[in-house]
Design a protein around this ligand. Structure first.
Ligand SMILES: [Zn+2]
Length: 181
């Protein structure tokens, strides 16, 4: 007598709970899709794979120019960011963004050794060249913090660097040969 009722009860329960289960599964899938795909860069730190590829190209060119880029921080987990943020709040560490709010958590920010002042050769190289690789400085008080923002960072015009300073134009080999003959 109670069995049809029980059956309908179970069907009703399933109809009520199934969407919750599906929604939860979708949420997990979305979170996984959102998690940055990390790639290790030469320093051992990790960055989002697009940022990592651009960074390695930039680092290779910097090295050739005699300004090797030393990384002190790349991707940070939520827990690492929370640790830094709490230290900052207690006045025990340098400024740190709230966990989840830092581009370090997305693998899109990198901290570099730029020397103690902005006039350092490494900083100067970054200021003049980083934009060509989609990187730029985003925090006024942090000359070491560079972010990969390719969509909003435009490459310089021909003949000038990222600060608009004229480049030393080297004659191409073809021109040199022409001059020699
Ligand atoms: Zn940073």
């Amino acid at each position: 007598m109670s069995s049809p009722l029980l059956r309908w009860g179970l069907v009703l329960l399933f109809c009520l709970l199934a969407p919750v289960g599906f929604a939860k599964e979708a949420k997990v899938r979305r979170a996984k899709a959102k998690a940055p795909r990390l790639v290790r860069i030469h320093s051992g730190h990790r960055l989002h794979r697009d940022a990592a590829a651009a960074f390695e190209r930039m680092a290779a060119e910097a090295r050739t120019a005699g300004q090797p880029l030393l990384v002190t921080s790349g991707w940070r987990s939520y827990q690492q960011q929370r640790f830094l943020w709490r230290r900052y709040r207690k006045g025990l560490g340098p400024k740190a963004a709230r966990p989840g709010r830092s581009n370090h958590n997305r693998g899109l920010a990198v901290d570099l050794v730029v020397g103690s002042e902005e006039a350092s050769p490494t900083y100067d190289w970054l200021a003049g060249n980083a934009c060509r690789f989609g990187f730029r400085r985003t925090v006024a008080s942090e000359p070491w913090h560079w972010e990969y923002r390719p969509k909003s960072t435009s490459a310089p015009e021909d003949g000038v660097d990222c600060l608009g300073r004229p480049l030393d134009v080297e004659p191409s080999p073809a021109v040199v040969r022409q001059d020699a003959s």
